[in-house]
Ligand binder design. Structure first.
Ligand code: PLP
Length: 320
């Protein structure tokens, strides 16, 4: 018996930022739209952002626009003002919903991936090429939020101070050059794992190829009144260790602090991951993916992972 073919993914919507079009210029994603000499294509020279829109509303938009501007500054790319991006994003989302969401009604679980892309432009061009793409998320991310993931540690080959010493490596920018990150994910899959946590040459925990590492520690102590006090601590690697500052981690930390969690920043080593009560890879599209095993060793217990993931998911849901 043959299984039914999966329905083809809906065609993405493209909106180019173009000074002649206030709200952006719609373009056909089934037709070529870039010059073959575009330095995004020929050199991976550019920056991007990926964000989630839920029920038609982009989440953490300001944080993504801030990081896009920061990445562009690091690459000396002069990009359009924030307003132009906001208008193009609104056009892309409303056009996607017009084409693909029956009735156009916003529902909580209708999710859309919105990418903001900037390249250095075609060879000889004076300005960057900038566009917004709205598309359907793949099924794997949603599944991994539920089932969790198995991860392997891979050496990134740089020490944790390289960002300071060698700014031309652009460690804190979200550049288009993701070939290495994608190769690491393929390597993980060839080893039977779902994802990767990079470590530095000096043995520090860094980040995933497309995500930030988070871990939780619960500490119980005597509360001095005959009861037990539990301190919940959420920890992430130091931001200055050559990793991308995650907008999801940043927003979750703010929400967790308000809910009484203590926060901590590395340095972290692999034993900190193994000793944690739970570890997650967190990012804007997949959100919190609980880590079940690292290099074959179980992290926490299924019950603890489930409880803590539910708690952090509830906090994350409060983020705009
Ligand atoms: N680190 C890297 C290398 C990433 O590519 C990403 C997201 O794609 C993240 C961290 C997580 O960032 P955010 O939470 O802003 O999606």
């Amino acid at each position: 018996m043959t299984s039914p073919a999966a329905a083809p993914a809906p065609t993405p919507v493209l909106v180019f930022l173009d000074p002649a079009f206030d709200d952006g210029r719609l373009a056909d994603a089934t037709k070529p739209q870039l010059m073959a000499t575009d330095q995004g294509a020929t050199r991976g020279d550019g920056v991007f952002e990926s964000l989630l829109a839920v029920g038609g509303q982009p989440r953490k938009l300001q944080a993504h626009l801030n990081r896009l501007a920061g990445s562009a500054r690091l690459l000396e790319l002069d990009i359009p003002a924030e307003d132009a991006w906001r208008r193009a994003i609104a056009t892309a989302i409303s056009e996607y919903r017009r084409q693909h969401v029956p009735g156009g009604e916003a529902t909580e679980d209708d999710e859309l991936v919105v990418k903001l892309l900037v390249t250095r432009g075609a060879e000889g061009a004076a300005t960057p090429t900038c566009w917004v793409q709205a598309s359907a998320p793949g099924p794997a991310g949603r599944r991994q939020r539920e089932t969790g993931i198995n991860v392997i540690l891979l050496d990134r080959g740089y020490d944790s101070e390289v960002g300071e010493r060698a700014p031309w490596l652009l460690m804190g920018a979200k550049t288009l050059s993701y070939a290495v990150n994608m190769a690491a994910l393929r390597y993980a899959r060839s080893q039977g794992a779902d994802d990767v946590i990079f470590t530095s040459a000096d043995g520090r925990v860094l980040e995933g190829p497309t995500s930030t590492v988070l871990l939780a520690h619960l500490e119980t102590s005597d509360d001095g009144a005959g009861g037990v006090r539990t301190v919940r601590r959420l920890i992430t690697p130091q931001l200055d260790s050559g990793i991308l500052p995650g907008t999801s981690q940043g927003a979750l930390f703010t929400a967790a602090k308000a809910a009484g969690w203590e926060l901590g920043y590395g340095p972290l080593e692999p034993h900190d991951l193994y000793d944690a009560d739970a570890v997650w890879l967190i990012s804007s599209i997949r959100l919190l993916a609980p880590v079940n095993h690292i290099d074959g060793k179980e992290i926490g217990t299924p019950e603890l992972r489930r409880q803590l993931t539910a708690e952090l998911n509830a906090l994350y849901a409060t983020i705009e």
